[in-house]
Design a protein around this ligand. Structure first.
Ligand code: ADP
Length: 632
């Protein structure tokens, strides 16, 4: 039958180059990747057969075989699973559909040869290609379950691969690695060595639920012996914690989490009673790069009585715990259960509630037991968890209890709400916060001035979700959560504050200017008033207590919702020389055209101070340059 030659897609070629000139110091992982693929293929066939008994496939002895040949220097990984069709081989093996791949390549280049690169291998589905770390040619022979004809794929990893139809292919897939020449100085990496293969399987793939058999030369003397099963196939989630080593848990995590790194936390749950299930959950140590994208694939693996049912089962955890990986094995679900049914199933909802509480409890114990680990957790996943403050009212208190926030108080600069409230001095009734895009921009915001001067603690909230949850939650232990950039602030009287009388007098003095400015700037602001929150800056913008903040407005617009632009309030600092001078000039002059420009500049300065940009930057620059020139 004719052999066709194809070119790898550009990204695939780049990845192959990386594999060939291996950037990974631990080459052993290639075997884990191939065994993992084989195990998935067996899961899929088992499921397909369950769904369609007429499928022409033998599922009586599903297994994985490893065969080494010292003379030919080959290693074959074989499964009798679901296999691939001719077209699928081209699509799945010849291209990289995963949109994360470009990102992967970028990160890899940035990380160079550093230790960081290894963590990237599993994350992006480059599994099969890892064979090229140890082989200079790879052959894959496969036949899709139910089809008569098979396909042979061959490549040296150098830009092209060939495809050929084969008549007598056995069920499933076999991948044969033609190993690179042996390195006489490094016997440790001889992948035709039986003990080496045994060691790798034991270390990385012991928990695989299908038998992994060694065939061919299994004895050290090279004599053929019967197949030997290398893995114990223990379902770790069904065993008690004492029986399982930390390392075994971690390897399972790496398999299901497609991650190379250790998990941060392992959580086990065994529910007995009318609806029995076991769960083994993992909190990764790093947030994946696409956690906040629409098509982030999340969810747990669902098993029913040890039979793999589906990946990415979202119904088992709420979206704000989408970073959690793991396995749930239920005793009393139908093997034919579909995603749609799961979404509505009462037992699944109960399971979701229980698993959610369990994860939150484990965050709580990290918080109280291991500050450093908790800090890592919160850095990586805090922004996601806070989504729960909006969406999961049942667990709001538990979430508030484990949440921490950057604050102006203290050196390490983070606090819980509880700690904040405990520190509140007499006379302070509210929990103050400010939201913004970055720590720097809000640290220097004019809104902070009076708070800083009076030593009032302010929470510094910089995640997009912060804009939303503070409104949804509203208060904590009876204390209102209040933005320092919204509404009027009354921070209580101090000795060197102005007296009531002085304030009234000042209000009178400025009344004319304020009215006039509101008229001039009416397009932009709904009110101009004197400020109690400024000490250094001449002006700032604030929102009405019930208005959306500009960031929130932008967020809604990004989501495609129409929201009117809320006009803001311009506050002036009556003790600032510029504002004073403007008031005097206003009182003295007949021609106020010059002053109109100054009022506009003052407004633009307030916009700039909070990180915004003037509506007409060129005009702003002209006015500013003109003023500066006159100071020379
Ligand atoms: P990943 O496993 O992360 O998806 P791979 O490059 O390892 O990435 O594999 C790509 C795809 O090729 C798999 O998702 C699977 O559909 C298919 N595949 C790989 N190995 C096998 C196999 N042994 N049997 C059937 N399909 C396979």
């Amino acid at each position: 039958m004719p052999t066709e030659t194809f070119e790898f897609q550009v990204e695939a070629r780049q990845l192959l180059q990386l594999m060939i000139h291996s950037v990974y110091s631990n080459k052993d992982v290639f075997l884990r990747e191939l065994v993992s693929n084989a195990s998935d293929a067996l899961d899929k066939l088992r499921l397909a057969k369950l769904r369609d008994d007429a499928l022409d496939a033998d599922v009586s002895d599903l297994h994985i075989e490893l065969e080494t040949d010292k003379d030919a220097r080959t290693l074959t990984v074989r499964d009798n699973g679901v296999g691939m069709s001719y077209d699928e081989v081209g699509q799945l093996i010849g291209t990289i559909a995963n949109s994360g791949t470009a990102q992967f390549l970028r990160e890899l280049r940035e990380a160079q040869e550093g230790a960081g690169t290894e963590g990237l291998i599993g994350q992006f589905g480059v599994g099969f290609y890892s064979g090229f770390m140890v082989a200079d040619e790879v052959t894959l022979l496969t036949r899709r379950a139910g089809e008569g004809q098979g396909t042979r794929w061959t490549s040296r990893g150098e830009g092209t691969y060939t495809l050929e139809r084969v008549d007598d292919a056995p069920q499933g897939t076999s991948v044969t690695l033609h190993l690179k020449p042996a390195d006489p100085d490094n016997q440790l990496h001889d992948y035709t060595s039986v003990w080496k293969i045994k060691e790798i399987v034991k270390r990385y793939s012991d928990f695989i639920t299908w038998p992994i058999r060694l065939v061919g030369e299994t004895g050290e003397d090279g004599a053929a012996a019967g197949p030997e099963t290398l893995n114990s196939m223990k379902a770790l989630w069904a065993r008690s914690r004492e029986e399982v080593s930390e390392e075994e848990y971690h390897e399972l995590y790496k398999h299901i989490g497609h991650d190379w790194r250790e998990p941060l936390e392992t959580i086990q749950l065994q529910a007995e009673g009318t609806f029995e299930y076991q769960a083994l959950l993992f909190v990764p140590s790093h947030a994946p790069h696409d956690l906040f994208t629409q098509n982030f694939r999340h969810g747990l693996q669902l098993y029913v009585k040890r039979v793999f049912i589906m990946d990415d089962c979202e119904a088992l955890l709420p979206p704000y715990l989408r970073f959690v990986k793991g396995v749930v094995d239920a005793q009393d679900l139908s093997l034919n259960v579909s995603r749609e049914i799961l979404q509505q199933d009462r037992h699944i909802r109960m399971m979701q509630r229980r698993l959610t509480k369990k994860v939150l409890a484990s965050v709580k114990s990290m918080m109280t037991g291991d500050a450093e680990r908790y800090a890592t957790f919160w850095r990586e996943f805090g922004a996601v968890l806070k989504e729960g403050l909006v969406t999961d009212t049942d667990n709001r208190d538990a979430l508030l209890a484990v949440a921490s926030f950057a604050t102006t108080h203290g050196d390490d600069g983070t606090t819980t709400l509880k700690q904040y409230v405990e520190r509140m001095p007499d006379g302070q009734d509210d929990i103050w916060f400010i939201t913004g895009e970055s720590r720097e921009s809000i640290d220097n915001s004019p809104h902070m001035e009076a708070f800083r001067e009076r030593g009032i603690e302010v929470l510094l909230l910089t995640d997009p979700v912060d804009e939303v949850w503070v409104d949804a939650v509203g208060e904590y232990e009876g204390k209102r959560l209040r933005s320092i950039a919204k509404g009027e602030v009354d921070l209580g009287a101090r000795e060197d504050d102005k007296s009531e009388g002085e304030r009234e007098q000042q209000a009178e003095e400025y009344a004319g200017l304020l009215d006039w400015m509101r008229e001039r700037l009416g397009e932009e602001v709904k009110e101009v008033r004197l400020s109690t929150r400024l000490t250094v800056s001449p002006a700032c913008l604030v929102a009405d207590a019930n208005d959306l903040t500009p960031a929130l407005e932008n967020m809604y617009r990004a989501m495609g919702q129409e929201v009117p632009r809320a006009k803001r309030i311009l506050e002036l600092n009556p003790d600032h020389a510029l504002v004073k001078g403007l008031n005097e000039a206003y009182g003295e002059r007949e021609d106020r055209s010059e002053l109109t420009d100054t009022a506009e500049l003052l407004y633009s300065l307030a916009v700039l101070a909070e990180g915004g940009r003037p509506k007409d930057p060129a005009r702003f620059v002209r006015l500013m340059a003109d003023r500066l020139e006159r100071t020379l």
